[in-house]
Design a protein around this ligand. Structure first.
Ligand code: 7TS
Length: 416
């Protein structure tokens, strides 16, 4: 099967772009990296763009009237324009640089949330949220006294859409905070349907795109989503940079997040006036080189084509689900293949996922084990932990074969 796999992308060319993948994890064991949902690897185009920036262009942005500051500002702002086009925002003023998806969500909670949520209001999340879309709201609810409700997840790993419609029609929901693709179940939530439903009920929608933007084309205008949060490091970009997209009129009306340099128009000892978007939300010297790197990552993904990326991953994930489902004693979680992407999460009998991951690591296969920052979801399924293989553009059916071989080895060692 493996030799005959026909990919829509030139996988050999992609593999040659990722230096880190060409190593042994342990003597004689090829590194098989299946942990991209935690953080993806970076192609040399991204690494070189950051190196070039530091070797030729670095200075602080938006400040100096000198050649390097102008070049640094150009590089930083042209990356913002690439991100705008990538998610089809109307204007680059709607693209706020943050550190990661977590900070993007915290920004919305601390500014929009603090201004709009109070006693009597309902914030609606889902049971499959990552902690980063639960905890900031819990912190704010302690302060502001609103209620948090959750859309239930079915045993098949999908959102209960009847419950969603019911809550929207019976409760004063102000904001729906919704993960686009689950980092545990791989579920691709039907956001094309859910966003208009929220709007019809008078609620805004914040989409957590941490696991969708790297893998499929996300068009904020087509979705008409109000806020979108995502991280650079899961989409072939560097760590330390993420994005909050927000509709301009919402961002204009929001108070600033952090105070400091660059986010102000004027400061007196008594009070200050805020800078225009997006700078109002970007206090202090930003992550300039990471922004440049993220711009290069967007170029890289665009060159491959998001449709091809999705098609490639479909092949690899479908193959993984097929092969894993044949392993005796292995339980897979999440919906049917057509409704999911990116990850294959499983348990092996009653063996702790950490032990499974450790044995797989000895074979060179890197997966993640634990609760994947989704403890409520694991509690719902009555699981202390799961093992998760996650996939990206550089993974192949050979990687899946290596994973499955390593699981069979682990089964033997556990006497299964
Ligand atoms: N939302 C989702 C759906 C995620 O999967 C993650 C990270 C985040 C938000 C937070 O992203 P960050 O860049 O701000 O940390 N998920 C994972 C994971 O599944 N394993 O490690 C990190």
């Amino acid at each position: 099967m493996t030799q005959k796999t026909a990919y829509p992308l030139d996988i050999q060319a992609i593999l040659s772009d990722f230096p880190i993948l060409h190593q042994e994890a342990h003597p004689g064991k090829r590194l098989v990296f299946l942990d991209s949902a935690a953080s993806s690897q970076k192609p040399r185009q991204v690494i070189e763009a950051m190196q070039r920036y530091y070797e030729h262009d670095h200075a602080n942005v938006h400040r100096g009237i000198h050649v390097l500051s102008e070049r640094a500002t150009d590089a930083y702002e042209s990356a913002r324009e690439k991100l705008r086009a990538f998610i089809n925002a109307r204007t680059r003023r709607e693209i706020i640089y943050t550190r990661n998806a977590t900070e993007s969500i915290n920004l919305v909670a601390a500014t929009w949330g603090r201004a709009h949520l109070g006693p009597g209001d309902v914030l609606l999340l889902t049971e499959m949220e990552h902690h980063s879309n639960i905890v900031p709201w819990q912190l704010l609810a302690m302060e502001r006294g609103f209620t948090i409700r959750y859309i239930p997840v079915t045993l098949q790993g999908e959102l209960d859409l009847e419950a969603y419609a019911h809550i929207l029609s019976t409760e004063p929901v102000k904001l729906v905070g919704l993960v686009h693709v689950s980092n545990v179940l791989g579920t691709v939530n039907p956001v094309e349907q859910m966003i208009p439903q929220a709007h019809a009920a008078g609620a805004l929608v914040l989409l957590d795109g941490a696991q969708s933007v790297p893998h499929l084309a996300v068009d904020v205008q087509a979705l008409d989503v109000d806020f979108l949060a995502f991280s650079g490091h899961k989409m072939a970009g560097p760590t330390g940079i993420g994005v909050l997209y927000g509709k301009r009129e919402l961002l204009e009306a929001m108070p600033p997040y952090m105070g400091g340099g660059d986010m102000i128009k004027r400061v007196t000892l008594e009070k200050s006036a805020w800078n225009q978007l997006p700078y109002k939300f970007e206090a202090g010297t930003p992550a300039i080189a990471p922004a440049v790197g993220l711009g290069a990552a967007v170029d890289y993904l665009n060159n491959l084509g998001m449709e091809n990326i999705l098609a490639h991953e479909r092949i690899v994930v479908d193959y993984a689900l097929d092969r894993l489902s044949e392993v005796p004693g292995l339980t897979l979680y999440g919906p049917e293949p057509a409704k999911r992407n990116g990850v294959a999460t499983f348990t092996l009998k009653d063996i702790h996922a950490h032990d499974v991951a450790q044995l797989l690591d000895a074979e060179g296969v890197a997966i993640r084990a634990g609760h994947h920052c989704a403890m409520p979801l694991h509690e719902k399924y009555g699981l202390p932990a799961t093992a998760r293989a996650s996939f990206y553009i550089y993974n192949t059916t050979e990687d899946v074969d290596a994973l499955v071989d390593a699981i069979y080895n682990a089964r033997k060692l556990f006497g299964l």
